[in-house]
Design a protein around this ligand. Structure first.
Ligand code: UDP
Length: 423
């Protein structure tokens, strides 16, 4: 089974709605758009929903369309075997030891060959000016395309210490891309030399007008969390992330259990609604955490959309961030971490681990805390729950830094500049 399906977007906002955030960026976007009017852009990723890439693409593709670009978003569908292999590739690129077996290599390449046939049909019809491939799942799909200049590879993952075997395996496919985009400068140096020259760094961003990121009143957030079983007058700490070994939900649990010794009323939310088809590892990670939390009344795990009914995922996530006193992000590896940006935008102090994407966003002690081990994270958590003045000061600084650096219009502008160079 291999399919390429179009994800249609129904999003109401246009670029002019974002003028108030940064008029200078908006004007630059207006300047860039003329040269790109009518250009056909095809984005391809591996899931229509769930995770940061899909989150970004909803707003990115909609805004590109509103600017007059003819942008489309397709996602690949394949067997669970294929996604098991691509999750392993993701893990190897983030630094896991090992390599693909012969069979795994075959599954990956054969499925991508089928995707390539489907893409050739789509491309014959849409005649793209640019094709953007997101992340390693469909990376070899462009193997047979001759016009390299049109092809962009957008890698969203943490490439700070990749498995060299995996990089070598992907080299023949990486060569086919006219441009590679990564989320941080540190990820450039690990790429083969001839690819480094064609690599651009674009920091991701959040959409301040999406439902998830709009301000929510504290009272409403508390009402929602109360309905979902939490005690509104007790403090709450949360980690919002897929159940993934790199996000280390178990580590978040350890931090909570340490802090609870001093803050007996403290509650914990671990939110990772499982809906991304490309992440088959989530269930086993969830199961391990679930076993550990049995018999702890102050801990709330959310993994299924049925648990948060009648609320949408966006309303739920917005309520979790708003109702929490502190957010933790124990990621061991993190390409960027939109959940960090989302929490900061809600003016929450966040305690992050010392991972690349966390450091891209948090300046320790100013707009958040970086705690390299669990006991430091627990100490910071206790301090931030007890000291409301400090909590507010860091939260406000966090929000200001997102306003300055990590909002959607800047991200759109950075991408338009790359498109313009390629066309
Ligand atoms: N998210 C969600 N429901 C959840 C947990 C996360 O919708 O239960 C969203 C989260 O708000 C963010 C995205 O999924 O927009 C995760 O992006 P991030 O870059 O943090 O991590 P990724 O999953 O892409 O590694």
């Amino acid at each position: 089974m291999a399919q390429l399906s179009e994800r249609k977007i129904n999003y109401k906002h246009k670029i002019k709605d974002y003028r108030g955030f940064d008029p200078v960026v908006n004007r630059s976007i207006q300047k860039q758009k003329t040269a790109l009017k009518g250009k056909v852009i095809i984005h391809i990723n591996s899931t229509p929903e769930g995770g940061g890439v899909a989150e970004l693409l909803v707003s990115q593709v909609a805004l590109e369309q509103s600017l007059g670009l003819n942008s489309h978003w397709f996602y690949v569908e394949a067997s669970s075997e294929f996604f098991r292999v691509t999750k392993k590739i993701h893990n190897l690129l983030q630094g896991m030891r090992g390599q693909l077996t012969r069979l795994e290599q075959k599954i990956y390449l054969d499925t991508n060959r089928k995707f390539a046939e489907l893409l050739a049909r789509v491309a014959g019809h849409l005649k793209p000016d640019i094709i953007v491939i997101h992340d390693p799942q469909p990376l070899p799909i462009i193997d047979s395309f001759s016009e390299k200049s049109k092809l962009i590879l957008r890698l969203h993952i943490d490439l700070s210490e990749p498995n060299q075997w995996m990089i070598n395996f992907l080299k023949p496919y990486l060569v086919n891309y006219g441009r590679v985009i990564v989320s941080g400068q540190d990820f450039v140096s690990v790429l083969p030399k001839y690819i480094r020259r064609r690599t651009t760094v674009i920091l991701p961003a959040i959409d301040p007008l999406s439902e998830k990121n709009l301000p929510m009143g504290r009272q409403r957030a508390e009402q929602i969390m109360k309905k979902l079983g939490l005690h509104p007058s007790r403090p709450c700490v949360s980690q919002v992330s897929r159940f993934d070994p790199w996000k280390d939900p178990s580590g978040a649990l350890d931090v909570y259990l340490l802090a609870k010794k001093e803050l007996p009323d403290l509650q914990l939310v671990l939110a990772g609604i499982i809906h991304a088809k490309d992440d088959p590892q989530a269930w086993s990670v969830l199961e391990k955490v679930r076993r550990r939390v049995q018999g702890h009344p102050g801990i709330f795990l959310f993994w299924d959309q049925g648990q948060i009914r009648p609320y949408s995922i966006d309303t739920f996530i917005s309520a979790v961030f708003t109702a929490s006193s502190v957010i933790i992000q124990r990621s061991i590896k993190e390409g960027f971490g939109l959940t960090i940006t989302e929490a900061m935008w809600k003016a929450k102090p966040i305690i992050g681990n010392n991972a690349h994407g966390v450091r891209l966003q948090i300046q320790d002690g100013k707009n958040g805390i970086i705690a390299a081990n669990r006991s430091k994270a627990a100490q910071a958590l206790i301090k931030l729950v007890k000291n409301t003045k400090l909590n507010r000061r860091i939260g406000r600084a966090a929000q200001a830094s997102v306003r300055k650096n990590f909002l959607l219009p800047r991200f759109i502008l950075d991408n338009l500049r790359v498109y313009k160079k390629l066309t």
